[in-house]
Design a binder for this molecule. Sequence first.
Ligand code: 13P
Ligand code: SF4
Length: 337
Amino acid sequence: MSTTLVTDPKLNVEKNGFLDIELDPEMDLFAEIERLKKEKNAIILAHYYQEPDIQDVADYIGDSLGLAQKAQQTQADLIVFAGVHFMAETAKILNPTKKVVIPDLKAGCSLSDSCPPPLFAQFKAQHPDHLVISYINCSAGIKALSDIICTSSNAQQIVESLPKEQKIIFAPDKNLGAYINKATGRNMVLWDGACMVHEIFSVEKISKLKLRHPNAKIIAHPECEEPVLRLADYIGSTTQLLKYTEKDAATEYIVATETGILHQMMKSNPQKTFIPAPPNNSCACNDCPHMKRNTLEKIYLCMEYEVPEITMDEELRLAAKKPIDRMLELSAQFGLI
Ligand code: 13P
Ligand code: SF4
């Protein structure tokens, strides 16, 4: 036995949000995880904001759009979602016959939490002639109230695919919404939500850093606030930022998004330098505390015991699936997937 005997893994998860079991410190977690992948026909899907060790054991690393598509298409019996709750929930919505587990049920998202379904339903009722486009960083309840889901890699094209006169509510990220409004000349009504990580960057400190690194390009995620985006040479989703650094000729970048993405940037471009954009205080606030709840130990445990599992009411799942399917259809038409 490589772990202490667990009598009731579900009860343990109910109490902690994850399996809280002491592991043998000598255990080779990388080897054990590979063994479990084969034994259980499991796939590990990881977001770029996961810690480097998790990215290194993952079968696929991607942005929200890539991860949704991969979750939809996989033939694996067990989907291990190394990301946050709304991502694992999206995997279950798209591929309900598979078992979906997440290392820590408490890996949430401040942006998703900023948009509770009952309040959003009232907001929607105040704008009856509006179509609802929701960023994928939201709960299944919000998805079920939406017409089309988008991610940061397809939001602009999805908005542009609608007639100019179409009235739109964009939720829950006001920063991404404002960026798309500016890029498309629309006037979408924005829900007042934001990501705690992308709102932390300091314009003043980034500008000072740029003075010390005049050749560095500033690249930013569109969840950042407008003053930060104004400084950026390139704005894109995590995958788009990574691809940009692979094709672009510069050798130094100031990166205004969660620090996890730097692992793949450095792996793809070992000769280039990547500097995390500084937050407006001295903490490591550009690490997402939700994404970073997941650890290699928790990955191993959720694979071994197959908890915490994502489950969902079937009526809610079907309602939430419709706008995601619409997004995937449009993304295929745009040649994005
Ligand atoms: P993307 O990876 O789709 O760019 O999203 C970033 C993010 O904040 C996910 O939580
Ligand atoms: Fe949510 Fe922001 Fe963390 Fe992404 S980085 S999971 S949007 S809190």
